[in-house]
Design a protein around this ligand. Structure first.
Ligand SMILES: Cc1ncc(C[n+]2csc(CCOP(=O)(O)OP(=O)(O)O)c2C)c(N)n1
Ligand SMILES: [Mg+2]
Length: 541
């Protein structure tokens, strides 16, 4: 029976009765998941027979690349993306970026192949034992349906779970023989994805904001994810609040050139308290309060300050150390706060000093990252979407490459390297007419460098700016915190001998290596106006 159904891919000319494949494709089309980010194996092939003309298969050459591309695409479209991975080993390769998608709150429907049900008792080649356990705990839901005909419903349910806030990846393991089995169509249905925050709890935040003298907002990625940046700007202006960016934030949730913008909080408890000193209310919007990277002690907010929070994630709200945490969609919550009567006028806080211009290096001297990013900022004139993965350069970027709009920036919330390059590909695919500028460290580049190949195949307008300092600088910079002295080299942190122009060329991407500061501006300009992808490797101090 399977084989007779198997010959009938097209809905129009087939006998009554649909297969699992027909129903899944139909559902994916209905929810707009017509790009499939994937790397194939024998356990997945039947999913793609009679591939529908309105779908696009986006091939990544390693599963980390596949998931990173899907993540960038889903974040840029604000819709779940469909991923297909090879059983066991493919899912294993993908795990780092699945962890990142979970931390990013990115909705991904991840399907993976599995061996045929009839031979599973014999531990067959390529089978995944405990397939659903492999991606846990970094997916919101994980299932291998009990019967073939349950696969479409599992995917529909997975999609709804992925899209419900807090969003995130979900996993469905599908035995290879399921695709040709008969299945019932999925009825039309709508499941809402957001929750409106409790009005009484929000009113308490509103009252705190109205009554305080010097409010601070701390914004995180859930603001931009919810499409709430303009509303947060209005709320900050109405309260004349200074606006800080929460530690390790992956998206631009407040324009960094706005008069009320106050800078970025580091992931260190004592420093956060220092920077927020003088504020009497700290309102965390769409961010944990707070993400820490190193140990700390003492209070979490300055003495006397009230902490309150609006966040889409009840789990995060549950560990907020003090104050008032309100759960629900950030845009709906902020809009409700904007409905309150206008508070009394407050004086504007003092403006943030702008950074001093970075100077051009003396002849023979290496370029500083500040000089490189300042030049990039001058040349791009606020155009394009910046995707960043260059750990030690992040603070410099925050000073010299301001992001001025919602959707204009992306990095990961997880700290897991290997996201930035493929994410840039996904963002470019989702953003026709925009140039994507991927600012990536030399070390970070090498975790999923195959992303360049997909960028070339799809001729995507991406400028890869590789900051080559020939080392894992972030780890060397971090070493003193862990007791390293100046004479104690940090093992495994030097990266000599990488040539990114040659690596790019090997995948068909044109590129240039720039060591001379006088050539940088033209090199960047040329790359930004290229048609497809282009790479600029910059040798930095
Ligand atoms: C998957 C993964 N492996 C290792 C690390 C640890 N790590 C953090 S920063 C870093 C160095 C990154 O090097 P590079 O991209 O060259 O940036 P730089 O530090 O030189 O600015 C490493 C290896 C990590 N964060 N993620
Ligand atoms: Mg480096």
């Amino acid at each position: 029976m399977a084989s007779s159904l198997a010959q009938q891919g097209n809905l129009d000319d087939k006998a009554p009765g649909m297969t699992v494949r027909d129903v899944v494709i139909d559902f994916a089309r209905r929810v707009g998941m017509t790009s499939i980010f994937a790397n194939p194996g024998s356990t997945e092939l039947p999913m793609f027979r009679d591939f529908p003309a309105d779908f696009r298969y986006v091939l990544g050459l390693q599963e980390a690349v596949v998931v990173g591309m899907a993540d960038g695409y889903a974040q840029a479209t604000r819709r779940a993306a469909l991923v297909n991975l090879h059983s066991a080993a493919g899912v294993g390769n993908a795990m780092g970026n699945i962890f990142t998608a979970f931390r990013n709150r990115t909705p991904l429907v991840i399907t993976a192949g599995q061996q045929a049900r009839s031979i599973l008792p014999f531990d067959p080649f390529l089978s995944a034992s405990d397939a659903t356990e492999l991606p846990r705990p970094y997916v919101k839901w994980s299932i291998e349906p009990a019967r073939a005909q349950d696969v479409p419903l599992a995917i529909a349910r997975a999609w709804a779970i992925a899209m419900q806030e807090p969003r995130g990846p979900v996993f469905v393991s599908i035995p290879v023989d399921d695709w040709d089995q008969p299945a019932e169509p999925i009825a039309e249905r709508t499941v809402s994805h957001v929750t409106r925050p409790d009005p009484d709890a929000l009113a308490r935040i509103g009252a705190l904001l109205d009554q305080c003298e010097r409010p601070a907002f701390v914004v995180g990625g859930a603001v931009d994810r919810a499409g709430a940046v303009d509303d947060v700007v209005r709320l900050a202006e109405r309260h004349r609040a200074r606006v800080y960016v929460a530690p390790m934030t992956g998206r631009c949730s407040f324009p960094e050139t706005h008069r009320l913008f106050a800078g970025f909080l580091p992931a260190m408890r004592e420093r956060i308290v220092e920077l927020l000193a003088g504020h009497d209310v700290v309102f965390s919007l769409g961010a944990p309060a707070f993400a820490y990277h190193v140990e700390g002690s003492g209070p979490h907010v300055p003495a006397g300050a009230h902490l309150c929070q609006l966040i889409d994630d009840p789990t995060t709200a549950a560990w907020t150390p003090q104050g008032l945490a309100v759960v629900g969609n950030v845009r709906l919550g902020v809009r409700d706060l904007l409905e309150r009567p206008a508070p009394r006028e407050r004086a504007l806080p003092p403006p943030r000093p702008s950074p001093v211009r970075a100077s051009e290096p003396a002849p023979g001297e290496r370029m500083s990252v500040a000089f490189v990013l300042q030049t990039l900022s001058d040349v791009r004139r606020e155009q394009g979407i910046v995707v960043e993965e260059a750990p030690s350069s992040r603070p410099v970027m925050q000073a010299y490459l301001p992001i001025t709009r919602a959707g204009g920036f992306l990095t990961m919330d997880s700290g897991g390297l290997g996201f930035g390059m493929p994410a840039a590909v996904g963002v470019a695919l989702a953003s026709p007419g925009e140039r994507v500028i991927a600012v990536i460290g030399d070390g970070s580049s090498m975790y999923s460098v195959q992303a360049i190949w997909t960028a070339v195949r799809l001729q995507l307008p991406i400028t890869f700016v590789i900051l080559n300092n020939a080392r894992y600088a972030a780890l060397q910079d971090f070493a003193p915190v862990f007791g390293f002295g100046p004479e104690d080299p940090v093992q495994g942190t030097d990266l000599p001998g990488l040539d990114f122009v040659m690596l790019g060329a090997g995948m068909g991407c044109s590129g240039v290596r720039v060591g001379d500061a006088t050539l940088l501006r033209d090199a960047l300009q040329n790359s930004l106006s290229a048609n497809g992808p282009s790479l600029v490797e910059v040798v930095v101090a």
